[in-house]
Design a protein around this ligand. Structure first.
Ligand SMILES: [Mg+2]
Length: 168
């Protein structure tokens, strides 16, 4: 397995993300993916588990920012629904974009958790940037054609978990 593609941690769903523990380990910010991580594909409805996560982050003194390849208009709508700031057109997996996003929170990359459902964008870019990476299963099967190809590659390298979440 290629080490740079391996997430620091896997969780089954966002409820399982132990922010208190991550805070003890020095994490002060979360960059969170949009499509299939906090919102079903191409919708701007934010799942309850994501809304709960943002509340827990706030209580733990951890900043959260939406970090998505979606353009500003859509990212802004989703972020408004989520009640968090956003960094659109992220161009994941380009690592300097992760560093820029971390910097915009006043944080170093190693103080930031990148949480997302894709290995070749969220995990790869986060690892290259020096962030801590957490992989979650995608919410839905519906995806862009390009993403389907990446999923096939994810299965080939054997990192992808077998379980799926259901939107709440
Ligand atoms: Mg995604």
């Amino acid at each position: 397995m290629i080490r740079i593609l391996k997430p620091t941690s896997h969780v089954e769903n966002l409820q399982r993300l132990d922010l208190e523990e991550w805070r003890r380990r020095g994490i002060r910010g979360v960059l969170i993916d949009l499509d299939n991580t906090i919102s079903p594909w191409r919708k701007n409805d934010i799942t309850q588990e994501a809304l709960d996560l943002f509340q827990r982050a706030s209580a733990a003194g951890i900043q959260v920012m939406l970090f998505t390849n979606a353009h500003a208009k859509r990212a802004g709508q989703a972020a408004a629904n989520a009640g968090i700031p956003f960094f659109p057109s992220a161009k994941k997996p380009l690592p300097w974009r992760f560093r820029k996003a971390a910097g915009s929170l006043g944080l170093l990359p190693n103080q930031v958790l990148m949480v997302g459902d894709q290995i070749f964008t969220d995990v790869l870019g986060g690892n290259l940037a020096g962030c801590v990476t957490v992989l979650v299963p995608p919410l839905e099967e519906n995806e862009y054609g390009g993403t389907k190809m990446l999923r096939l590659m994810e299965r080939m390298i054997g990192i992808r978990q077998k379980f799926r979440r259901s939107p709440k």
